[in-house]
Design a protein around this ligand. Structure first.
Ligand SMILES: [Zn+2]
Length: 472
C-alpha cells in the first residue's frame, strides 16, 4: 500500500485516488531563461520516478508539467542579449528537452506553456473579481489575501505573522501588504496582452492555477514542486483556485528538498552551481540521476563533484556486472524463476511504497544484483535469470541500468579516452608492442607501456584470450 507525505496535512498518508485507477499529477516546471542546473535536475528526476512508479503500480497517470515562458527573468535576460523574449524562451525550451534526455527523464503527458493560456488566466482573474477576492489598481490586479480565511494553510503560517516576520515593501497600489499580483500593467518593451484591465501580462502564480485545472479538473490528485515553492507560489495557487471555484485544488502536495554543496546552499550568485550539461560532460547524465536517487526526495541532497565521480564508478561497476551476467546467460539460456523475480521486485515495491523512498529502491536493485552474482557462481541459471529480470523491471522504474551494458561500457570507454587523450588505435598498437617486447623478454619496456597507459586512465588486463583494456 502506497503512502505519501502531504505537505498540507504534514503527515504520511495512505494514497487514495479521486477516480479509481487514475492519477492526475501537476508539477511546476522550469522558467525557461537559462540552462537547467542540479537543483532542477533533482526535482525533474524525483517527479520522473514518482510518475514511473505510479504507472508501474498500475495507475493510468496524466502528468502535466508547465513551462513558464513569461517572467521578469526571461524579459531581463532577453533585453541583456538584445533578442525578443520569445526567441530566448524557445531556445531554452529546446535546451531543456536535451537536459531531460541526458537525465533519462520521460516526457510528461502534457507540457503546456504559460503564453498559450492567457485567455484562461484572464477568465480566472475575472471569476476572482466577481467573488470580490481580487481588485484592480492602476492597471494591475491583485489578490486580496485577507478576504480568504484559509490563506496560509499550506505553509502553516498566519497572515499576521507573515506581515510581522517579513520586510514588506510599502506599495500604495496594494490594499494589504501580502496581496499578490494576478495581472501586471505592461511597461514599455515588455511582452503584453490585451485584457479587461488594459494591456499587461499575467503574474506568475495564476498560470499554474489556470493550467492545472484546465488539464486535470479540480480537484486532482497530486500537486508537486520544490519546497522553495510552498510559499508563496503554491500558497497563492491554492488561494486563487480554491477562492475561484470553492473547491479543493489538489488532494496531495508533494515537495522535494533542495541541493546543498557541503554546508553551503547552492546558488548562482555564489558561483558554486553546475548545470546538467556540465555534470553530464563530467560523468554522464545517468551518474547524476543515480546520485539524486540515493537520497529521499524530501530531504536535502548533498552534492559535490567528488560524490558525482564516486557514483559514476558505482554505476560503471554495475554495468560491468550486468554485462558479465548477460554474457553468461546468453551461453546458458534459462527461463527466469518467477518466485525470484517476485522476491526482488517485492522488496523494491516495499521501499517505494514508503513515500517513494528511492534509496530503499536502490538497495533493492543492489540486493538483486548480489543475489544474481551468487546464482551465476553456482550456475543456477534460472534463478540468475530471475534476478536479471527483476533488475530490468526495477531499473525501468528508476531509470538506472536500462541501457544495453555493452553500449554503456563502450560509450564510457570513448568518454574516458577523450579525457586521457589516447585513441583506441593507439592503445591497440601499444598492446601489440608490449606483446612483442615480452616475447623478446624486454620486460622493462612491457611494464613501461602498461604503466604509461595506466597514467592515462587505461587499464590492461591479461587473460587467456589475450590482453584486453578498459578505462578507469
Ligand atoms: Zn506552479
Amino acid at each position: 500500500m502506497l503512502k505519501v507525505h502531504d505537505t498540507l496535512s504534514g503527515k504520511l498518508e495512505e494514497f487514495k485516488t479521486i477516480k479509481a485507477g487514475k492519477v492526475g499529477m501537476y508539477v511546476c516546471g522550469v522558467t525557461v531563461y537559462d540552462r537547467s542546473h542540479i537543483g532542477h535536475a533533482r526535482a525533474l528526476v524525483a517527479f520522473d520516478v514518482i510518475y514511473r512508479y505510479l504507472k508501474f503500480s498500475g495507475y493510468e497517470v496524466t502528468f502535466v508539467r508547465n513551462l513558464t515562458d513569461v517572467d521578469d527573468k526571461i524579459i531581463n535576460r532577453a533585453n541583456e542579449r538584445g533578442i525578443p523574449a520569445k526567441e530566448l524562451s524557445e531556445e531554452n525550451i529546446v535546451a531543456f528537452g536535451e537536459d531531460m534526455r541526458v537525465l533519462g527523464c520521460e516526457r510528461p503527458d502534457l507540457e503546456p506553456k504559460a503564453t498559450d493560456h492567457i485567455a484562461e488566466m484572464i477568465e480566472l482573474i475575472r471569476e476572482l473579481e466577481e467573488k470580490d477576492l481580487a481588485y484592480e489598481s492602476a492597471g494591475d490586479v491583485y489578490f486580496a489575501v485577507d478576504k480568504l480565511p484559509a490563506y496560509g494553510k499550506l505553509s502553516h503560517r498566519r497572515l499576521e505573522d507573515m506581515v510581522a516576520g517579513s520586510r514588506v515593501d510599502v506599495d500604495d497600489r496594494k490594499r494589504h501588504p501580502m496581496d499578490f499580483a494576478l495581472w501586471k500593467a505592461s511597461k514599455p518593451g515588455e511582452p503584453s496582452w490585451e485584457s479587461p484591465w488594459g494591456d499587461g501580462r499575467p503574474g506568475w502564480h495564476i498560470e499554474c492555477s489556470a493550467m492545472c485545472s484546465k488539464y486535470l479538473g479540480q480537484p486532482f490528485d497530486i500537486h508537486g514542486g520544490g519546497n522553495d515553492l510552498v510559499f508563496p507560489h503554491h500558497e497563492n495557487e491554492i488561494a486563487q483556485s480554491e477562492g475561484a471555484k470553492g473547491e479543493m485544488l489538489a488532494r496531495y502536495w508533494l515537495h522535494n528538498g533542495m541541493v546543498n554543496l557541503g554546508t553551503e546552499k547552492m546558488s548562482k550568485s555564489l558561483g558554486n552551481f553546475m548545470t546538467v550539461q556540465e555534470c553530464a560532460a563530467e560523468s554522464g547524465g545517468e551518474a547524476l540521476r543515480y546520485l539524486v536517487l540515493g537520497s529521499h526526495y524530501r530531504g536535502p541532497l548533498d552534492f559535490s563533484k567528488e560524490r558525482l565521480q564516486e557514483q559514476k564508478k558505482v554505476l560503471d561497476r554495475f554495468y560491468e556486472n550486468l554485462g558479465r551476467a548477460d554474457e553468461a546467460l546468453a551461453s546458458n539460456p534459462a527461463e527466469p524463476d518467477t518466485a525470484v523475480v517476485e522476491e526482488h521486485v517485492g522488496n523494491f515495491r516495499e521501499g517505494m511504497d514508503d513515500d517513494f523512498n528511492t534509496s530503499r529502491g536502490l538497495a533493492a536493485l543492489h540486493g538483486a544484483r548480489s543475489a544474481m552474482n551468487g546464482y551465476l557462481d553456482a550456475s543456477d541459471w534460472s534463478k540468475a535469470a530471475g534476478c536479471r529480470e527483476a533488475l530490468r523491471q526495477i531499473g525501468t522504474v528508476l531509470g538506472i541500468g536500462v541501457e544495453n551494458p555493452a553500449t554503456y561500457l563502450e560509450a564510457q570507454k570513448q568518454q574516458g579516452l577523450s579525457a586521457g587523450g589516447v585513441s583506441a588505435e593507439e592503445i591497440e598498437a601499444l598492446i601489440a608492442e608490449r606483446l612483442e617486447a615480452r616475447k623478446n623478454k624486454n620486460f622493462a619496456r612491457a611494464d613501461e607501456i602498461r604503466d604509461d597507459l595506466k597514467a592515462r586512465g587505461v587499464v590492461l588486463e591479461d587473460g587467456a584470450g589475450g590482453t584486453t583494456w578498459k578505462t578507469e
